[in-house]
Design a protein around this ligand. Structure first.
Ligand code: FDA
Length: 396
């Protein structure tokens, strides 16, 4: 049986970073990946330009049952460290809004950088290889694999679970990491799709159908959490960055409140418009605050085809509330099919925050999205993958 120091299961962002670091320490490393290519999520990320980190990647941008857990890894391998790596590889990048850093060219540059660093560190990649079984031994672990090279067993002292979450099952995401964690007695928190579009019931959808494709700057709130970014009406409900962000906090049964004209008191604006020219149509006045189609739909929904002069303060206040505090209850989300991440995962109580090693199973590590640490939209999830993979790579 082949013996190595470290087996990493999963050649995604976290697994490759971990393999690079362990290899650089002189450990013999094998990375087992069931897909035909490494880093497929990196390839499709950021609209093909990989939003690889965020200037503001601090703990406040992460959800977890223990919000402090991510601090250690994020501070030991920071966004500046990853940017330095990208710069060493002469990969050109730019900052979009909100501290988000994207490649100028294709995301595959990041994959090539990681596979190149793995090769340099002597880490070996086994592609198209599934893991059939994992067993604990006195010296560590053995894994039984099946793949193009046939069935084989590999033994290791350190086993790193870097298999990601359940999002995008079409790309082979299965939640395998949670099963392995449970096999070794680790707890797994409730998991749900995150960074995902939200859906409406049929009646509301019918009324909002004409708005599909309309985008608006909005503040979207769920409980005490709020995000100001673009929001998009879709054929199924709502999407766009503001909705994806809030979806990670939203749970079935919750209402969300949306300010469609942040920074403007729509009631006061309509009152002023009425005073200036009462003969204007309400929807025309509202279209100065909102996209025209949205203004029309709001007025039609309230049976208001008329002029401003026909509207009492009470009516204008009603429109104001519909604009500044539209409260709506999504029925669900588009689910793992389109979710960018999985919220929840391997319980941080069972992992050491400095190394990502399981507290009760020496030699077992869990990194990246498989852990109950989920970032906001905007490069935070990759930063967690780099940071957690890096710290595990120093210890495994
Ligand atoms: P990841 O899922 O990347 O890797 C896991 C690897 O394990 C995969 O290669 C998988 O095939 C493999 N695997 C799974 N089960 C296995 C098994 N049983 N045996 C062998 N191999 C197995 N984040 C961000 O910060 N910026 C962005 O721009 C984007 N954009 C984006 C777009 C889209 C469409 C999605 C779906 C997601 C994003 N994300 C993102 C999120 C980001 O992609 C995600 O958080 C990281 O890829 C997580 O990295 P991991 O290495 O933990 O898992």
């Amino acid at each position: 049986m082949e013996k190595v120091d470290v087996i990493v299961i999963g050649a995604g962002a976290a697994g490759m970073m971990c393999a690079i670091e362990a290899g650089r320490r002189g450990r013999s490393v094998v990375v087992v990946e069931h897909a035909a290519k490494p880093g497929e999520k990196i390839r499709i990320s950021g609209g093909g330009r990989c939003n690889f980190t965020n200037h503001d990647a601090g703990p406040k941008a992460f959800l977890s049952q223990n919000p402090h857990f991510c601090k250690s890894a994020l501070s030991r391998y920071t966004q500046a460290d990853f940017i330095a790596l990208v710069d060493r590889h002469r990969i050109a990048w730019h900052e979009k809004t909100l501290g988000q850093l994207f490649c100028d060219g294709p995301s595959t540059q990041i994959i090539d950088m990681l596979t190149g660093e793995m090769a340099k560190a002597g880490a070996r990649l086994m592609l198209s290889t599934g893991v059939e079984a994992i067993a604990r031994t006195e010296a560590g672990f053995t894994i039984a694999t099946s793949g193009e090279a046939g069935d084989r067993s590999v033994a290791c002292t350190s086993l790193v679970i870097a298999t990601g979450g359940k999002s995008i099952p079409k790309m082979g995401a299965t939640g395998f990491g949670y099963d392995v964690a449970r096999q070794f007695g680790l707890r797994v928190t409730e998991t749900r799709p995150g960074l995902v579009p939200l859906t409406f019931e049929a009646g509301l959808l019918e009324r909002l159908k004409p708005l599909a494709g309309v985008s608006v700057d909005a503040v979207v709130a769920c409980g005490k959490t709020r995000f100001r970014e673009a929001m998009l009406f879709t054929h199924r409900g709502l999407s766009g960055p503001a909705i994806l962000q809030i979806s990670s906090y939203w749970r079935e049964g919750d209402a969300i409140t949306i300010d469609l004209a942040p920074g403007t008191d729509a009631f006061e604006a309509l009152k002023a418009a009425r005073q200036a020219n009462g003969r204007r149509a309400v929807s025309t006045a509202l279209a100065e605050l909102l996209p025209k189609r949205l203004a029309q739909t709001i007025c039609e929904g309230r049976g208001l085809p008329g002029n401003l002069a026909d509207c009492s303060d009470k009516v204008l206040r009603g429109i104001g509330t519909a604009v500044n505090a539209w409260t709506v209850k999504p029925v669900g989300s588009e689910g793992y099919r389109t979710a960018e991440v999985t919220v929840g995962g391997v319980d941080t109580r069972d992992l050491d925050q400095k190394t990502m090693q399981a507290r009760t199973v020496p030699g077992l590590y869990v990194v990246g999205e498989a852990v109950d640490v989920t970032g906001w939209l905007g490069g935070y999830n990759f930063q967690w993958a780099w940071s957690s993979g890096w710290v595990a790579g120093q210890a495994a």
